[in-house]
Design a binder for this molecule. Structure first.
Ligand SMILES: *Cc1c(COP(=O)(O)O)cnc(C)c1O
Length: 388
């Protein structure tokens, strides 16, 4: 692993994760517990290492998208309740029970399947009811046309044997957008959520954990905290809202300048001849390419950060390398570290230039990139996901 370290790596600042977690908990108030979203390997940050810190910081829950991600947490010794958000076949019920996972229930059919399989396995499955208030993805539909049918269906689901209905939740489609029409839509979604809760309560159906706030709502509608809130991206300190709230980026993607060479004016650089030198140009080769997760759409656009200033990427990003223009940064040479994304070169800004979202860039940091974890100011672990 040491041999790869001076190439390209992701430094994961678990102190920043702890800081963000505390900040968000204070923001949402003592009545709401935090659920840490650690799906997709904690947005590329490493699920087990992130989960341990979230647990230590007093989060009540974690969320993943599927059973393999839940199992990874359990194998890593994480004991917190884990909510599985994605569509899940009923035949995974035994694994759900064995791993102590809480399952999202998004239709009466899915609930009947989980109920049947849980009884067969001799266990009780803890579930959270998922309401579709306007995302049109998973959940009991809560628009006018489906509201009463969904109410009846949820009422029946709550009575199914083999299930313990602990929570109920919904997910916002545009809570991260602050335009008038997006605000109106988010308020409509919240109102549908509250209306369903009221109608269920009238029938004696109450829920210990009601939750709706993703990152967008945590940033823009802290009044939607309910019993629990579910921020993902914000927790990792990425995106425009995280910057606005003063949160810290948890991941710094770093690379090291390899070879440095001088080129004559009018020299083409990289595939496709998409860059041509205008002057005598000093180019550094960075050992990071799209196979590491640096999207090719940042070719000729992104500027990596060096202590002496920003260095623009020159020409197309290749699979394993890209070139940076160091003509105006004579102090930067072979062996120097650069920041590809991080506190100085934000992943949100890069995403904007790439026509992508910060989520995509973080999740794209590939298994070839080692993760170095820091906690309490010192390195505590190094992980490489390549089969060794
Ligand atoms: C992914 C996800 C979240 C977290 O979303 P962010 O935008 O990263 O905060 C919350 N809830 C559900 C249901 C999700 O699927």
């Amino acid at each position: 692993m040491d041999s790869t370290l001076k190439r390209t790596w992701a430094s994961i600042d678990l102190d920043a994760l702890a800081y963000n977690c505390r900040h968000l908990q204070e923001r949402m108030g003592p009545g709401a517990r935090m659920l840490g979203v650690v799906k997709a390997d904690a947005y590329g940050h490493g699920a087990v290492q992130s989960a341990r810190v979230l647990e230590e910081m007093g989060c009540a829950y974690l969320a993943v998208s599927n059973i393999d991600e839940a199992r990874e947490l359990r194998l890593g010794g994480v004991g917190l309740p884990v909510l599985q958000l994605g569509a899940t076949p009923a035949d995974q019920s035994a694994a759900i029970l064995a791993n102590g996972v809480t399952q999202a229930v998004y239709s009466e059919r899915s609930a009947q399947g989980f109920s049947r399989e849980a009884l067969k396995a001799g266990g009780t499955m803890r579930v959270h009811i998922k309401l579709d208030t306007g995302m049109s993805r998973l959940g009991f539909q809560c628009d006018e046309a489906h509201f009463e049918d969904s109410l009846e269906a949820i009422d029946r689901v709550c009575g199914l044997p083999g299930l313990e209905v602990e929570g109920i939740f919904t997910h916002f489609a545009v809570s991260d957008e602050t335009g008038a029409s997006s605000r109106a839509y988010t308020l409509l979604q919240y109102e549908r959520f509250q209306r369903m809760l009221r109608r269920l309560e009238e029938r004696g159906r109450t829920f210990a954990i009601r939750h709706c706030a993703n990152s967008g709502a945590t940033a823009n509608y802290p009044q939607f905290a309910c019993d629990m809130f579910r921020p993902g991206l914000l927790t990792y300190g990425a995106g425009e809202a995280a910057e606005r709230l003063g949160l810290k980026p948890v991941m710094t993607l770093k690379s090291t300048v390899g070879a440095v060479s001088r080129y004559e004016p009018d020299t083409f650089v990289s595939y496709g001849r998409a860059f041509c030198t205008r002057r005598e140009t000093r180019l550094g080769v960075l050992p990071i390419g799209y196979a590491d997760g640096l999207p090719r759409s940042l070719s000729n656009k992104w500027q990596v950060w060096t202590p002496s200033g920003r260095a623009p990427i020159a020409g197309r990003i290749c699979m394993d390398m890209c070139m940076i223009d160091l003509t105006d940064l004579p102090q930067v040479g072979e062996g120097d570290e650069v920041e590809v994304y991080g506190a100085h070169a934000s992943v949100g800004e890069a995403a904007g230039l790439a026509g992508m979202i910060p989520y995509e860039l973080l999740c794209a940091v590939s298994k070839r990139v080692p993760r170095l974890y820091c906690r309490h100011g010192r390195e505590i672990a190094r992980e490489l996901l390549l089969r060794g």
